[in-house]
Design a protein around this ligand. Structure first.
Ligand code: NAG
Length: 212
């Protein structure tokens, strides 16, 4: 009994201590990511394929090949979560950060999810509209603008196009949101396998090169 009480007191203290040191492990800077995105948007405003290839190359130049994955067609997979559907490719995944291209050329709408991570969503092509409960008017994000969803908050969003998304926080805690629709809705186990494979590939690969 006393052990349990100790644990209940210690766990939040441990959690908040670890939480305050997490940012030491971050390598990406949302401001820099927005600048690199804007440079690629300027070069390829009308072609999302070429824009993403250009941005991936400048991310490699900025952060190093070992931290930014290659763009391969077979590394793209679907993401069904919060009622929305899109596809994504992992450019970087580690315990404390992920960087992905996410979007849909068709359009989607849903709940952002509530995460133990900050999320920075830079629009590359198309647009995203969001609102928080209490807002009456939507907030609209166009190419080059960045939408910050703070840790623990949630929005409804509608997205038509593509974005560069950075998450910083406890990445493993975000995974159930990305997985659960497989069991309650899509039954797309091939896609679940791809999601797990590329996530583990990223996190383990980054641990092996010393990135937590
Ligand atoms: C964008 O560029 C790619 C590669 O050159 C090409 O296949 C595609 O058709 C282009 N898309 C548009 C919308 O122009």
């Amino acid at each position: 009994m006393r052990g349990l009480v100790c644990l209940l007191v210690l766990l939040p203290i441990l959690y908040s201590t670890i939480d305050t040191i997490l940012p030491r492990f971050f390598m990406f800077d949302p401001v820099r990511l927005q600048q690199l995105s804007q440079a690629s948007i300027e070069k390829f405003p009308d072609n999302a394929t070429l824009l993403m290839e250009d941005l991936q190359a400048s991310l490699r130049a900025e952060y190093g090949d070992k931290h930014i994955n290659a763009l391969r067609k077979d590394a793209w997979f679907f993401n069904n979560a919060g009622g929305a559907m899109g596809s994504m490719i992992i450019l970087h995944a580690s315990v404390t950060e992920y960087l992905i291209f996410f979007g849909t050329p068709l359009g989607t709408e849903g709940h952002s999810g509530v995460h133990l991570a900050h999320d920075y969503f830079t629009i590359l092509n198309g647009e995203q509209s969001i609102f928080y409960p209490g807002d009456i008017e939507p907030t609209v994000y166009k190419p080059g603008s960045q939408n910050h969803l703070p840790k623990g908050r949630a929005v409804q969003y509608i997205l038509n196009g593509w974005a560069l998304e950075l998450a910083q926080g406890w990445i493993p805690s975000m995974l159930p949101f990305g997985f659960l629709d497989t069991f309650t809705s899509t039954l797309d186990f091939q896609n679940l396998w791809n999601t797990i494979y590329w996530t583990a590939h990223g996190i383990i690969g980054q641990l092996l090169v010393g990135k937590f």
